[in-house]
Design a protein around this ligand. Sequence first.
Ligand code: ATP
Ligand code: MG
Length: 565
Amino acid sequence: MMDNNEKSASLNFIERIIEEDLANNKHGGRVVTRFPPEPNGYLHIGHAKSICLNFGLARKYSGRCHLRYDDTNPEKEEQEYIDSIEEDVRWLGFDWGEHKYFASDYFEELYQFAVKLIKKGKAYVDSLSPEEIREYRGTLTKPGRESPDRSRSIEENLELFEKMRAGEFEDGEYVLRAKIDMASGNLNMRDPALYRIKRVQHHRTGETWPIYPMYDFTHPLSDALEGVTHSICTLEFEDHRPLYDWVIQECEPEYRPQQYEFARLNLNYTVMSKRKLLRLVKEGYVDGWDDPRMPTISGIRRRGYTPQAIRDFADRIGVAKANSTIDIALLEHCVRDDLNARAPRVMAVLDPIKLVIDNYPQGQVEWLEAENNPEDPQAGSRKIPFSGQLYIERDDFMEEPPKKFFRLAPGREIRLKHAYYVTATSVEKDPQTGEITTVHCEYDPHSRGGWTEDGRKVKGTCHWVSAAHAIEAPVNLYDHLFTAENPGERTGNFIDDLNPDSLKVIQKAKLEPSLQEAEAGQIFQFMRKGYFCVDGTHSRPGQPVFNRTVTLKDTWAKLKKKMGV
Ligand code: ATP
Ligand code: MG
C-alpha cells in the first residue's frame, strides 16, 4: 500500500486539486469535466492530450466528461468538423454518453444573463467603433480610457440591447461590454466585449440570432449551466481567469465552476495551430486533413498510430504548469512500444535484387514455418513459400564490403530468416550501367529453419521473399513533415521548413503473399524495416497500399541511454 504522501506525489496537480475538493466535499462530491472544441478544424495530437486529461479524470473519479462544441463563431464552423471530432474522440477510447452539448444551445440563457448584468449596472451598450475600442483600451503600460457610453442609463442599455437582438443594427454598430475596470493591469478586464453584432447564418441556430456572445462570456456560463466542476484549459487562458471568475460572480448561476490551466502540448518538427494545418490542406502541401504526415488524429490514425500508444504518450508527458516542447521521438517510441507487442512480423523487400540459389532443386517450393510475433506466443505461425529464386534488399549485398558489414558479400555466409544458410558466389551486372542485377549463391540443405547441424554461427540474418510468390504493392515511406525543430523560426514562414522528402513512394515493393489479403488499418512489422499500416483510403480488396508508421530506429531509447536515465 502507498501511504498518503507517496500517493499524492504520484498525482498530477489537477488530480491533487480534485482529491482535495472531494475530501472537502466542495462540489458535493461531483467531478464533471468537459472537452470544448471549436468545430472549425480537425483535432490534433495536442487535443488528444486534453481529451485524455479531461475524459481520463472523469473516468478515474467516477465523474463524467462532456463533449461541448464551442460554436460561437458562426462563419468558420462546419458539420464535417463535428463528425470528425466525434470519430476521433471515440477512436481514442472515450465516450461522452448523453452529454453532448453545443454552446449555441445556451444562446437564450446567455442572453438572459446579459440582461441581468445590464440590470445590475454591470454591462453597457457601446457605440464606439471596433478601432476606437481598441484605441481606448490602452496598453500594458498605459491605462485605458472610459467610453462616453459607459454612463448610459440601465433603461437605455436594455432598450438598445433588445434592438441589437431584434436585428435593427448593422454589424459593428454596437457592442455589449462588461463594466469592470478600464485601469486594470489585466487588459482582459478593461470592459471586455460580451456580445457583438454579426448578421450571419449559424450552423445550428440559422438566422435566429444577429448577435453572438464572446468566448469569455460564453465559456464560464456554459460550464455553469452544465454543472462542470473543473474547467481545465491551456495556459494562454490564465490571464482570462479573473474575467471567468467575474462572469460567474456577477451572473450568479446555480453552479460555480472553477478554471484551472495546464501546459499545452508542443511537439518539435510539428505545427499544431489550426490556421497552419488548414493552410497545409488548402494549399495542397498534404493530401487532406488525414494525410499520414499530419499531426491530426485522423492523420496519425491513417499512419498506423494506435489509441493505446497515444494514451500511453499522454500519460508519460504528464500534466504540468509550465510550457515545454516534447521531443517527437518520445511519441514515436510509444508507438513502437505498442506495435512491438501486437504487430505480426512479415517479410517485405522494399528495394529488391534477385538472389538465385544455384544448388537448390529446380522447381522445388518448400512451405516453411514462420512465427508471427516472438513477443506474443498467442500470435501463432504461418507458412511462407521458399524457392530457388528470391528477392533480398539491394543494400543487404555488397561486392566489396567494409569491415563492419555483416550481411551478404562474395564468399560470405548469412542466414535467410526462417529458411536456410546461404553463401554468395558470384554476381550478374547490367552491362550498360554496371548495376548488380542478380546475386548467385549456394545454400546448405542441412540448415533448414535457419540452424546448422554443426552449430556454426553467422553474423547476419536477412529477410527475403520468393520471387515467384511475391506480391507487389506500393509502399509510402513517410518522414517528418518539417525539417526544422521549430517550423517557421528561421524565416517566419513555416512553409519554408517543409521536408521535401517527407514522402517517398516505392511503387512495387515485393511482399510475402500472406499480405495480399491484408485489410485496411492492419499493422505489420516488415522485419528489419519498420512498422507499416494498410492505408484506409487507397487500398482495394486484394490490393493493399502500405504506409510506413514508424521505422525501427528508436532515437528516444538511444537518447535516454546517452543521458543515463
Ligand atoms: P487554435 O488555437 O489552433 O485555433 P484551439 O487549440 O483553440 O485551436 P479548440 O478547438 O478551441 O482549439 O481546442 C479545444 C480544447 O483543446 C481546448 O480546451 C484547448 O485548450 C485544448 N487544446 C488545444 N490545443 C492543445 C494543445 N496543443 N495541448 C493541449 N490541449 C490543447
Ligand atoms: Mg480555442
